[in-house]
Design a protein around this ligand. Structure first.
Ligand code: UDP
Ligand code: MG
Length: 323
């Protein structure tokens, strides 16, 4: 019997006890329809609820379901990376565990892959059940990022996508730690296309992406793909210098012709505060890049695995093998 795994479905999970069973049911239902071998890799990103227990129960009954347990919460992008690192399929699908990405769309992605596309991303034609602010910031951010990079990046696209094994290998060869995977997928190239889907409301529970994580991801996207913000800081500096020089010339000229009007203290103070604001923003922009250089220099692993369940052979990354 040919039991080579064709599809690997990677599902990051962080405190998803309310959705995991339904997520498994829907994914299994869809993948059984393909009639081909598959594995579902749940990556438990340090959940503090019963997510781990629930996935372990599923793993006991169904050996196609695999589990990677992190030693703590390392974040969504690290969880996706870990899932891709251990995947054995010829095509790998990354999908959120909360059913906001409808599993049924995977079938359409597979069709495109069979037509020869190596990346099939899911484009959100509509987003349901998300706040106006989230939709607006996401829309603005994707367009801002696209305008800043020379890479052909699709907009309104998250991490829900199918990638061919060779794209997965190309991503694994990139050493950076603060990953913005959707940007890196555009960066590696290959033959790409998309399928549209309606982003659903979360099945249950709440978002695991508080503002701080969202900002970190957004900054990872910018800093990993472009250094335009640093160029922008240059422009601010040049603009202030030219403005300062021009106003000095005017003041000197007025002084020489005895028409000097004394600038109010309030105005001078405001200018100083604005200048300090710009200065600290510039330092902050540089800090974002320097912090990431620091992270890369430390060369710590992106994640630490506590244990893995249902993996048939030891993966190179986990020499101790399955427990
Ligand atoms: N997630 C994760 N680690 C985290 C945060 C989120 O593995 O630190 C998972 C989460 O369980 C979900 C997916 O990543 O399967 C997307 O997260 P979420 O639905 O909370 O993000 P949103 O859709 O609200 O942007
Ligand atoms: Mg979600």
């Amino acid at each position: 019997m040919n039991n080579k795994i064709i599809y690997s479905i990677v599902v990051p999970l962080y405190n998803e006890e309310l959705v995991i069973m339904e997520s498994y049911r829907r994914l299994e239902n869809v993948m059984n329809k393909t009639g081909e071998e598959y594995e579902i890799i749940f990556v438990n990103d340090g959940s503090m609820d019963s997510t781990r227990k629930k996935v372990e129960l599923i793993c006991e009954k169904d050996t196609r379901i695999k589990l990677v347990n992190f030693s703590r919460n390392f974040g969504h992008q690290a969880a996706i990376t870990a899932g891709m690192d251990v995947s054995m399929g010829s095509a790998i699908v990354v999908i959120d565990g909360d059913l906001q990405d409808p599993p049924e769309t995977i079938i359409k992605m597979i069709e495109k892959w069979k037509q020869g596309y190596e990346v099939v991303y899911g484009r959100r034609s509509k987003r349901q059940g998300e706040s106006f602010l989230k939709k607006l910031t996401a829309k603005t951010y994707y367009r801002l990022l696209k305008s800043m990079t020379s890479i052909d990046m699709p907009v309104d696209v998250g991490d829900f996508r199918l990638i061919d094994k060779k794209v997965c290998d190309a991503l694994a060869s990139l050493p950076e730690k603060n990953r913005y995977i959707r940007g890196l997928v555009s960066w590696v190239g290959y033959k790409q296309t998309y399928v549209e889907f309606i982003r659903q409301e979360r099945f249950a529970g709440e978002t695991k992406y508080p503002l701080s994580k969202m900002v970190k991801l957004a900054l990872d996207g910018i800093t990993s793909l472009t250094y335009k913000p640093l160029t922008f800081v240059n422009y601010i500096g040049s603009f202030c210098l030219v403005g300062g020089l021009a106003s000095s010339i005017v003041i000197i000229a007025k002084h020489l012709s005895n028409k000097l009007s004394i600038l109010s203290l309030g105005l001078i103070l405001s200018i100083v505060i604005i200048m300090f604001g710009l200065l600290f923003i510039s330092l902050g922009v540089m800090g974002q890049y320097i912090g990431r250089i620091f992270d890369e220099a430390k060369d710590r692993p992106m994640y630490i695995v506590d244990n893995i369940v249902n993996f048939r052979k030891p993966n190179a990354k986990y020499e101790s093998g399955p427990k």
